[in-house]
Design a protein around this ligand. Structure first.
Ligand SMILES: C[S@@+](CC[C@H](N)C(=O)[O-])C[C@H]1O[C@@H](n2cnc3c(N)ncnc32)[C@H](O)[C@@H]1O
Ligand code: SF4
Length: 327
């Protein structure tokens, strides 16, 4: 049987985003409600052994890349131990991490040793007060985390900035200069209407096409660098090493090249960030499914992948928060 996973629309799935917790030590207003309490209970979380089994099944079917995310992945206890297990799975060639970096300075070296090779850090503002308004967090700790990632040898370190009109769109140029100075890659993201928080934040939606045109007046962009099969369309800023990725799920969706699925902490596989199509692994794992049956289930789940998101057509349909699927 084929070791490639082809979905009903002919796309090859080779990338899995793994959410290791739905909890977070920040409260970005567009992601998690400040008073949110409805987290999964720990006995509903997949154990490290259960996660390893599901990832092993997918690796045997051609998944090569796994991104560890959350919630905030660094709040999951003993994360390096999980990373070590994942790094040992035959077929997994690339392990990366998405984090808010609040507690990265304590864990960067251990995560590098365990097998994480690339890190993405969320950073929406370089101003202490504004950062606090957006996230309720402390910018100094994030900066410490970022610098420790560099020191630990992660490359590239990518900064993810959600650009919001009237919130931080006046900081785009500052962020570009910051990334040039520190040799980080920069990615701009459009606000998505995910959960009530995301829908509320839609009032700050700003098309990245607009941002790009504005920036093109000041910077020379060389298009088409870093094709990576991901959603970002990259340009290089001429005369610098800086690469900027534009992630435009709303203004120019990229569903026709979608190569990914998302495993939530409770064992639910979500087939699309913007749809409810899902497959539950936890009941199977806890009922004693064999490894070969698990591979069959992993393959069958991919047949549920929908063609595209419908953020614009049905913005009210998605009740889960971004923190439960890991972005
Ligand atoms: C849910 S977070 C999880 C990983 C980690 N806590 C972090 O912030 O990087 C993953 C990404 O989703 C983005 N995100 C969350 N809610 C969003 C929304 N409504 N629209 C666009 N991006 C969103 C965050 O900015 C972050 O870059
Ligand atoms: S975007 Fe990341 S850091 Fe911000 S609240 Fe969501 S999970 Fe936490």
């Amino acid at each position: 049987m084929s070791t490639r996973l082809i979905d009903p629309f002919g796309r090859t799935v080779e990338y899995l985003r793994l959410s290791v917790t739905d909890r977070c030590d920040l409260r970005c207003f567009y992601c998690l409600p400040g008073d949110y309490r409805n987290f999964r209970e720990p006995d509903e979380w997949l154990t490290f052994d259960e996660i390893e089994r599901v990832i092993r099944a997918y690796a045997s079917l051609g998944v090569q890349r796994v991104r560890v995310t959350g919630g905030e992945p660094l709040v999951r206890k003993n994360l390096p131990a999980l990373v070590t297990k994942l790094a040992g799975i035959h077929g997994i060639e690339d392990l990366s991490l998405s984090t808010n970096a609040v507690s990265l300075s304590r864990q960067a070296a251990a995560l590098k040793t365990a097998g994480i090779s690339r890190i993405n850090v969320s950073l929406d503002s370089l101003r202490t007060d504004r950062f606090k308004d957006i996230t309720k967090g402390n910018l100094d700790r994030v900066m410490e985390g970022l610098m420790s990632a560099k020191q630990a040898g992660f490359y590239p370190v990518k900064i993810n900035m959600v650009i919001m009109k009237g919130v931080n769109d006046d900081e785009v140029e500052d962020m570009i200069e910051f990334c040039i100075e520190h040799n980080f890659t920069l990615r701009f993201i459009e606000t998505m209407p995910i959960g009530d928080t995301g829908r509320n934040a839609s009032s700050h939606y700003l098309s990245l096409q607009e941002v790009k045109s504005r920036l093109a007046e000041r910077y020379d962009f060389i298009p088409g660098v870093m094709p990576g099969g991901g959603p970002a369309r990259y340009v290089q800023v001429a005369g610098t090493d800086l690469r900027i990725g534009f992630i435009t799920p709303i203004s120019q969706h990229f569903c026709e090249t979608c190569n990914r699925v998302r495993l939530a902490v409770d064992g639910t596989l979500y087939l699309c960030l913007g749809q409810e199509h899902k497959f539950e692994f936890r009941p199977l794992l806890r009922a004693g499914i064999s490894d070969s049956e698990l591979v069959d289930a992993a393959r069958a789940a991919i047949s549920l992948k929908p063609e595209r998101h419908e953020f614009l057509e049905k913005p009210q349909q998605l009740v889960r928060f971004m923190a439960s699927t890991g972005g």
